[in-house]
Design a protein around this ligand. Structure first.
Ligand SMILES: [Ca+2]
Ligand SMILES: [Ca+2]
Length: 306
C-alpha cells in the first residue's frame, strides 16, 4: 500500500507541475538535481519518491536529494524540489564542510609538509637549531684485518653535529641559504610510502615515510635526496689513497621517516628525520677481494624559532 500511495502521489505531483518550467543549474552538486542532469524538475521529485519507498533508483545523488537537510529522503524533499522547479524557491549548492589538514590525502600532506619548510626558509627572520647523529656499524667484513680502515672511513661520516643559524629572508649573514643548511622541500608524492597526520596541542604532526630506495653507491637516491640528507656519494679517490678500490656497493634506504610539528598557521616548529640504512660492498685491496656489510641510522633534529 505504501508503494501504491507513493506512486499516486508521484503522478499527482507530476501533473501539478507539468506546466511549470525547469530550473537550469550548473554541473556541481545542486540541491534538488538528484539525477545531476543540470536541471531541477519533476523527474528529480519522482526519483526522490521512488527512493523514499526503497525502489531501486539509478544515478541518484543522495546529497542533492535531501533538499531540506533533515537527513532523510522523503516526500518533504520531493515537494521542496517541485517548489524549486516552478520557481517558488531558489536552488542552492550545499556548503562544503571546511577542509582541515586532517582531511588531506597523501599528496596534499606532502605538499603541506613541503610548504611548511618553504615558508620557514622564507621567513623574515628565523633561527634554526640543527643536530645530526649517525650510528653505523659494520656487521661483516671478509678480511678482518681491514676492520680499522673500514671504521676509519665510517668515522668520517659518523660524527654528531650541532649547529645553529639565523636567517633573514632565507639567507644567513655568511651567505648560507636556509634550504642548504637544513633539508630541501622538494619531495614528490610518489616518494611517500605513507603520510599520516595527527592533531597536537599546537596544531598538527605530519609523519611521512619514504619509499624504500636501493641504489648503487655512486648514485643518489631520488626521493631521499628530494627531502633529506642521504650519505654523500663515496669519494673513490679517498679509497684509492688507501690502496683500495670499490668493485660493487649498494646503499639501501629502507624507510626514512620525516616527522614535522606544524602549528595551526602552517609554521613548522620541529623536524625529525630518521633514516635507517643498510650497506653492502665489495672491493679490492692488494690481492684481496673484500666483501662487507653494515648498517645504521642517521638522524636529524631541528627546531625553528621565528
Ligand atoms: Ca535533474
Ligand atoms: Ca529531507
Amino acid at each position: 500500500m505504501k508503494k501504491l500511495s507513493a506512486k499516486i502521489l508521484s503522478f499527482t505531483l507530476a501533473a501539478i507541475i507539468a506546466a511549470g518550467g525547469a530550473v537550469m543549474a550548473s554541473a556541481e552538486t545542486v540541491r534538488g538535481d538528484v539525477n545531476r542532469d543540470g536541471s531541477v524538475n519533476s523527474t528529480d521529485a519522482l526519483m526522490v519518491l521512488q527512493k523514499s519507498v526503497e525502489l531501486e533508483v539509478e544515478n541518484f545523488d543522495e546529497a542533492a536529494a535531501d533538499v531540506n537537510g533533515d537527513g532523510l529522503i522523503n516526500s518533504g524533499d520531493a515537494l521542496a524540489i517541485l517548489r524549486i522547479s516552478v520557481g517558488l524557491d531558489e536552488p542552492e549548492t550545499p556548503e562544503e564542510p571546511e577542509k582541515t589538514p586532517l582531511d588531506y590525502n597523501k599528496q596534499e600532506l606532502v605538499e603541506y609538509y613541503n610548504n611548511a619548510l618553504k615558508t620557514a626558509y622564507g621567513a623574515e627572520k628565523i633561527t634554526i637549531d640543527k643536530k645530526t647523529n649517525v650510528s653505523v656499524h659494520i656487521d661483516k667484513l671478509s678480511v678482518k684485518s681491514l676492520m680499522p680502515l673500514a671504521n676509519q672511513l665510517i668515522e668520517q661520516f659518523a660524527k654528531p653535529t650541532a649547529e645553529k643559524k639565523t636567517f633573514n629572508n632565507g639567507v644567513a649573514a655568511d651567505g648560507t641559504k636556509a634550504k642548504d643548511f637544513l633539508v630541501p622541500y622538494d619531495l614528490e608524492a610518489d616518494g611517500a610510502k605513507e603520510a599520516v597526520i595527527t592533531e597536537t596541542e599546537n596544531g598538527y604532526q605530519v609523519k611521512i615515510t619514504l619509499v624504500d630506495e636501493k641504489v648503487d653507491y655512486n648514485k643518489a637516491p631520488k626521493y631521499n635526496t628530494q627531502a633529506s640528507l642521504p650519505l654523500p656519494l663515496l669519494d673513490n679517490s679517498m679509497i684509492s689513497s688507501y690502496g683500495a678500490s670499490i668493485t660493487r656497493a649498494e646503499y639501501d634506504y629502507y624507510g626514512t621517516v620525516l616527522t614535522a610539528d606544524i602549528d595551526k598557521d602552517g609554521k613548522i616548529l620541529t623536524l625529525n628525520h630518521t633514516m635507517p640504512l643498510q650497506l653492502e660492498a665489495e672491493g679490492k685491496y692488494s690481492i684481496f677481494t673484500i666483501t662487507g656489510s653494515g648498517g645504521g641510522t642517521y638522524t636529524l633534529d631541528a627546531s625553528f624559532t621565528y
